[in-house]
Design a protein around this ligand. Structure first.
Ligand code: SF4
Ligand code: SF4
Length: 265
């Protein structure tokens, strides 16, 4: 996240044009990789932990800190900058980003920022994506001649893949814009955090607790979330929607409902 005074107050679309080039010879090379707050997405954590050969717990412990977002009360994982002078990113060196091919979505977007608005028309509520320029005085990339549209920049940076995997999770982020939503209690914050970021723990929670006795999941889904981390984090977004009572994304088994009913009598 960047300071608001560097955000250009113009709403861009996928077709908006700009000139920009970032390369090793530029005089500001790596200046954007210090003293920043980078909010991580679920897929960022999967890519980074695998790149570094760590479990999700190890990665989160070593490279992130928790931040409660106001006013949504969501608990997010932020990339932890080094404590050295200037707070450099732990992955930056004079030669550039050491995890470049697995860098987080926010680093891929830069110098474009992305937001989503809830809109309403006669067909109902829909999400509208928009973009904006981040113009930091230290960034000379805007003085270069290479032409882009927001769309071609996104493709070049492979950010489409990230957005597609994080799609359902990002709709939960929008909850912060909904008025009248109650804050999450501590238990729900931790459920949000685990299902968003701590994929190894989340997998254990599903397969080593009473979870599969309570929720009705078909065999194909169970197999997918057991063997595929991307499917697991996508399922995590559904789980978050369920626990936050945003959508009935999971179904409780009939027998569990009946038992509950009996106990209630
Ligand atoms: S992850 Fe890489 S690109 Fe992103 S801030 Fe760190 S060094 Fe820069
Ligand atoms: S400050 Fe801008 S041009 Fe310089 S390295 Fe960062 S993104 Fe590239």
């Amino acid at each position: 996240m960047r300071k608001m005074d560097v955000v250009e107050p113009v709403k861009l679309s996928l077709g908006s044009k700009f000139k920009f080039r970032c390369h090793k010879g530029i005089k500001c090379f790596t200046r954007c990789c210090s003293n920043i707050d980078i909010l991580l997405t679920p897929y960022d954590v999967v890519r980074l932990k695998n790149r570094l050969g760590l479990s999700s717990e190890e990665f989160l412990e070593k490279y992130t800190y928790m931040k409660v977002d106001e006013p949504s009360s969501h608990l997010y994982a932020m990339l932890k900058m080094n404590e050295d002078a200037g707070r450099p990113c732990p992955f930056v060196t004079p030669d550039g980003c050491t995890i470049y091919t697995d860098r987080p979505a926010n680093c891929r977007y830069y110098p474009i920022g992305q937001g989503t608005l809830k809109r309403e028309n006669k067909d109902g509520v829909f999400d509208e994506e928009f973009y904006f320029f981040i113009r930091e005085p230290h960034c000379y990339g805007y003085h270069e001649k290479k032409q882009w549209t927001v769309e071609s920049w996104r493709q070049d940076q492979n950010v489409d893949q990230y957005d597609s995997i994080n799609k359902e999770w990002k709709t939960i982020q929008l909850r912060r814009n909904l008025l009248g939503q109650p804050p999450l209690d501590e238990k729900k914050q931790m459920q949000f955090y685990m299902a968003s970021y701590d994929s190894d723990r989340f997998r254990r929670f599903i397969f080593e607790s009473n979870f599969l006795n309570v929720f009705d999941l078909d065999e194909e889904t169970i197999e997918k979330i057991r063997t595929d981390e991307v499917e697991l984090i996508k399922f995590g977004a559904k789980y978050i929607k369920y626990v936050m009572m945003l959508e009935e994304t999971l179904k409780v088994k009939e027998k569990v409902l009946k038992e509950k009913e009996k106990k209630g009598k």
